[in-house]
Design a protein around this ligand. Structure first.
Ligand SMILES: *Cc1c(COP(=O)(O)O)cnc(C)c1O
Length: 342
């Protein structure tokens, strides 16, 4: 029997569990603020401009969460009953309470992972849209991409493949929204500027509260007209935050932490390698998510929790995500907590 770990639990449930450190809290306390609903908050504005610059977008809008950013994009782009396409098991399909249908009025169509885990092929887009149809056919409006693809295990779509997907969508008359909650991770894994992975997309959502460690916040970027409309929808959803600069300041600190995601990726590889050494079968992680296929995910998660390692069960795996608040030593402790397979 493996004894419980000495020391505090190692929390691998998500990269959202990171807590703002002293530097970030100081920046929040010192933030210059205004009224973002009335006439603007200077710190939120600085953050929006910086993210727009990083993504080579015309403009950007801070939003309280990634889910709200995705929902706003869908609300702006879809009329009731319009169809949107998204890769199978996309966050916008499975993890957002059905708001794509409930609030944005979208009819989803899933795309297969024919180019690899989490990655559809341009052909899949073309085929899903078809060549028009009878008067009662659905109107296809939007392709939602996801990079990295969370449920597939943080898989990365490289720039050339991204551009081909965007081109297929545009040719078929669709606009493109990119759910880039972890686009930073994809950029660091590939060693390319984040703008390259957003090229051609008509809107992009990036999270500040995952690996970058802000307590709250995402940014939704796109053209100026899109962002004007997005601001209206944000207010409609109750997302106008008045002295939001307190949160925006955390986002600005978070943006300075993109490069350190490489450490999370290294820790994820260390974790996977450690598990492989113990006899487990797992893919080499592309970014900061490790999926370990097991027969009894809930049972394994409970057993690990008893040994001081917090993880999340999926349908067929234990999911572990590395982040700012876990060290290399924590990873080695986590590996030790695993039982032997079988
Ligand atoms: C976390 C996540 C979101 C949503 O972010 P929240 O801030 O938790 O609402 C959207 N898409 C993907 C791929 C995510 O991993």
């Amino acid at each position: 029997m493996t004894p419980p770990l000495a020391g505090p639990p190692v929390d691998l449930r998500s990269d959202t569990v990171t807590r703002p450190d002293a530097r970030m809290r100081r920046a929040m306390a010192d933030a210059e603020v205004g009224d973002d609903v009335l006439d603007g908050d200077p710190t939120l504005r600085a953050l929006e401009e910086e993210v727009a610059r990083l993504l080579s977008a015309e403009d950007a809008l801070w939003v309280p969460s990634g889910s709200m950013g995705n929902l706003i994009a869908l609300c702006v782009r879809l009329e009731r009953g319009d169809r949107f396409l998204a890769p199978d098991r996309a966050h916008v399909l499975d993890q957002e309470v059905g708001t794509a249908a409930w609030l944005a009025g979208g009819m989803p169509r899933t795309l297969p992972w024919s180019a690899g885990p989490g990655r559809p092929r341009p052909d899949d887009v073309t085929r899903a849209v078809g060549r028009g149809g009878p008067y009662f056919a659905l109107r296809d409006r939007l392709l939602c991409l996801e990079n990295t693809h969370n449920a597939a295990g943080g898989t990365v779509t490289p720039p050339a493949e991204h551009r081909r997907l965007v081109a297929a969508a545009h040719t078929a008359g669709l606009l493109v929204h990119l759910d880039g909650a972890r686009l930073w991770n994809a950029a660091v894994a590939l060693g390319v500027p984040v703008a390259e992975l957003a090229e051609g997309a008509d809107s992009v959502q990036v999270c500040l509260s995952k690996g970058l460690g802000a307590p709250v916040g995402s940014v939704l970027a796109g053209g100026a007209a899109f962002v004007r409309e997005a601001r209206r929808v944000r207010k409609m959803l109750g997302g106008g935050i008045r002295q939001g600069g307190v949160l925006g300041a955390a986002g600005l600190v978070a943006l300075g932490r993109v490069d350190r995601l490489a450490e999370d990726h290294e820790n994820a590889r260390l974790l996977a390698a450690g598990l492989a050494e113990r006899g487990w079968k797992t893919d080499v992680p592309q970014t900061n998510i490790v999926l370990l296929p097991v027969d009894d995910p809930a049972g394994t998660v409970a057993l690990l929790a008893g040994r001081g390692v917090r993880t999340v069960p999926t349908d067929d795996a234990v999911r572990m995500i590395t982040h700012h608040d876990v060290t290399r030593r924590d990873i080695l402790r986590a590996v030790d907590a695993f039982p032997t397979p079988g």
